[in-house]
Design a protein around this ligand. Structure first.
Ligand SMILES: [Zn+2]
Length: 126
């Protein structure tokens, strides 16, 4: 449920962002210090969660923002949704680990059951 809301929120936000970017002249940004091509990265700070920025492909750092500033509501909501999503992912990983452990136990029990049937049949044959 939370993940669905988060995805819908991010989809709407980035759809609006993409529209704003298409309105801009989307030219390749070069680093003003070294002239290298920029790469687009995503900020995950509390102030700019999910906001993309141009970054030098070498080591100069941040050049400029790619996305427009986020609304206050998005800045308030996204970190909480990310925390919830991370907690759910961690819980999912724990459950997957326990399912894997149970699958090993089931396999072991199947082998014991088969072997006991073999012994039972061997006992009946004698
Ligand atoms: Zn640079």
């Amino acid at each position: 449920m939370l993940l669905t809301i988060f995805r819908a929120f991010v989809f709407v936000h980035f759809k609006n962002t993409q529209t704003a970017i298409k309105k801009r002249n989307n030219t390749m940004v070069r680093c003003p210090n070294c002239g290298a091509h920029s790469v687009i990265r995503t900020s995950w700070t509390a102030i700019n969660p999910g906001r993309r920025f141009y970054c030098c492909s070498r080591t100069c750092g941040i050049i400029n923002w790619y996305d427009p500033p986020m609304c206050e509501r998005a800045v308030q909501i996204i970190p909480g949704l990310l925390r919830s999503m991370n907690q759910l992912q961690e819980r999912c990983n724990q459950l997957q680990a326990s399912v894997d452990e149970e699958a090993v136990k089931v396999q072991r029990l199947k082998w014991i059951l088969g072997f006991s049937w073999f012994l039972f049949v061997a006992y009946l044959m004698n």
